[in-house]
Design a protein around this ligand. Structure first.
Ligand code: ARG
Length: 563
């Protein structure tokens, strides 16, 4: 039980009020000499018809003080000082027993959460925005999972649409077989760009693209085979990035997966009477909600992106019976999701309220010189490789003797990028700045990984402690502050889920690292005044390492033992 709950429970034993109500009223005092918790007694003044300071005194006398160092009245407040030794022992023991399970709960048992993320478009480069959704989604997945939810990771690939007609047409004219095998996305991008350039001079090409798309939709063998190949080759490329990041999916049911589910959907919408004609197209009117109509079928009968999202949502409800269906997609698609969710609601699905768009900001680069091979498209592989290479040169400077330098540079470089993405509120735009994000100091991924490695190095040098430690010896401010933060991992995870905001965990791990370094700088562990004190401190170091490793894992970042 956390201490706030304990405070509420002790008060509830003497006051005619619900524990949960009391818990909401319990405050954290602004200064630590006022205790760890405070209860404002004036709230009871009306019912008890007594002056608040009187109430505080009476409560103070009656209340069960077990688990607290002291409970004192302070004007109208009752101040609670938790028993530090007990809190330290409880927290460190729990962490060391549970290991990487620390922070986990079974709160989500029996509930299914869908997290849709990444969802790049095949035959197109995986860009910096797709990396943003990928790391947010991966972190949400891990956080939900840690709380006992069943989580399905969905990659809603953009793998259909009129552009594939153009691509087929372009490939037949200018495709280079060898290049396609070697660097598929680059080759597909090359011919796609060429198609657009040529089409400006020769508009007939557009017609040709349309024809190929029609053939593809009608299931013509040659076109379907080409499309399949583009899809497979693209997926193989994406997999490289997912592997580098350690990201996985349970389903790759992308847009094309819903092609054969559209007729049923349209029929269903028709039955509700929502489908109206507008300039030849079939739409759901949303004027009443201040939105443009949701197009279901274009004038030529073709379906669009939104149609497939309507089909996907209804399919997902049937298949997974989700309690939440989360879409991690850039904020530029907010209107699209509002239209889709509103349409679902109008279709009578009460679960439309469980569909949630999780938007995020844009990505920019402070350093314009970042290797962009073509226009302003930044190839993700270049970005990741550059981070790894730059980290490697930092390591070569700082610690040239380090073993497995390449391996370390990979985890630290990629970790730095993930950390940069997840550091601030997700809707804020991101400015990439190499010097800043790769720095071993400041609020960075490398800083947290370095703190972990520092802890591990202490444990390697001084040894881990098997026997019980005397935690009453950990009586400095720095030690207690660190423990209090370590205690809060579960709260951080819960809050990151509630707000769908991985940055809460990023902030949390920064707090842990900062508190650890304060402790480390204030106390010379190796030369502790006694062996007992040293042992207790080593336990604290070990627990800190567990919490950093676990928190970083929730962000999709790996630790390294030495750096
Ligand atoms: N493929 C889209 C893009 O790259 C993102 C898909 C988002 N998901 C969805 N269900 N519409 O912009």
């Amino acid at each position: 039980m956390d201490n706030k709950k304990l405070v509420a429970q002790r008060i509830a034993e003497h006051v005619d009020m619900d524990v949960l109500e009391i818990e909401k009223l319990v405050e954290i005092p602004p200064k630590s000499d006022m205790g760890d918790f405070a209860f404002p007694c004036f709230i009871l003044a009306k019912v008890l018809r007594k002056a608040p300071p009187m109430i505080a005194i009476e409560l103070m006398e009656k209340i069960n003080k077990e688990g607290f160092e002291k409970i004192v009245n302070n004007g109208p407040y009752l101040n609670f000082f938790v028993d530090k030794t007990m809190l330290i022992k409880k927290t460190i023991d729990k962490i060391l027993i549970e290991g990487l399970e620390y922070g986990n709960t079974t709160n989500g048992d029996g509930e299914t959460i869908l997290v849709e993320y990444s969802s790049p478009n095949i035959a197109k480069p995986f860009h910096v925005g797709h990396l943003f959704t990928t790391v947010i989604g991966n972190s949400l997945y891990k956080s939900y999972k840690s709380q006992g939810y069943d989580v399905e990771r969905i990659n809603h690939l953009g793998d259909t649409g009129t552009q594939f007609g153009k691509l087929i047409s372009a490939y037949k004219k200018w495709g280079d077989e060898e290049a396609l095998e070697k660097e598929p996305i680059k080759e597909l991008l090359r011919i796609y760009v060429k198609f657009h350039d040529e089409a400006e001079k020769n508009p007939e090409l557009v017609e040709e693209g349309r024809m190929y798309f029609k053939r593809l939709e009608d299931g013509s063998e040659e076109e379907v085979a080409l499309w399949k190949r583009f899809r497979e080759l693209s997926l193989k490329e994406f997999m490289k990035v997912y592997e580098m990041l350690g990201v996985e999916f349970d389903s790759y049911a992308g847009e094309s997966f819903y092609s054969d589910k559209i007729d049923e959907l349209v029929e269903m919408i028709e039955k509700t009477g929502l489908l109206v004609e507008s300039q030849g197209a079939q739409v759901i009117d949303l004027e009443e909600y201040n939105m443009p109509p949701c197009i279901v079928k274009k004038a030529d009968g073709a379906t669009i992106y939104a149609t497939r999202d309507l089909a996907a949502a209804t399919y997902r409800k049937k298949k997974y019976d989700f309690s939440k269906n989360i879409y991690v997609v850039g904020k530029d698609q907010t209107l699209h999701f509002n239209q889709v969710f509103k349409s679902l609601e109008l279709m009578g699905f009460e679960w439309a309220k469980d569909c949630i768009h999780v938007p995020f900001g844009m990505v920019r680069f402070a350093d314009k010189k970042l290797s962009t091979r073509k226009g302003d498209v930044i190839f993700l592989e270049d970005l990741l490789n550059e981070a790894v290479n730059k980290t490697l040169s930092i390591i070569n400077e700082k610690n040239p003797e380090l073993e497995n330098k390449e391996e370390v540079a990979k985890e630290v470089g990629i970790g730095a990028i993930i950390f940069t993405y997840l550091k601030n509120n997700r809707t804020r735009d991101i400015v990439f700045n190499w010097d800043e994000m790769l720095s071993f100091e400041g609020e960075t991924g490398p800083y947290t990984q370095y703190t972990y490695a520092r802890g591990k190095s202490i444990l390697r040098k001084l040894g881990t402690v098997e026997e019980e430690a005397d935690y009453s010896l950990l009586n400095s401010k720095e030690e207690f502050e660190l423990v209090k933060i370590l205690e809060n991992l579960e709260l951080a995870i819960k809050s990151s889920i509630d707000k769908l905001e991985p940055s809460i965990i990023t902030r949390y791990v920064l707090d842990v690292a900062k508190a650890f370094n304060k402790f480390y700088n204030a106390h010379n562990i190796a030369n502790s005044e006694s062996e007992e004190l040293k042992n207790a401190r080593l336990k604290l170091v070990e627990a800190t390492c567990v919490v950093i490793k676990k928190s970083l894992d929730l962000l999709g970042i790996k630790v390294v033992e030495k750096m």
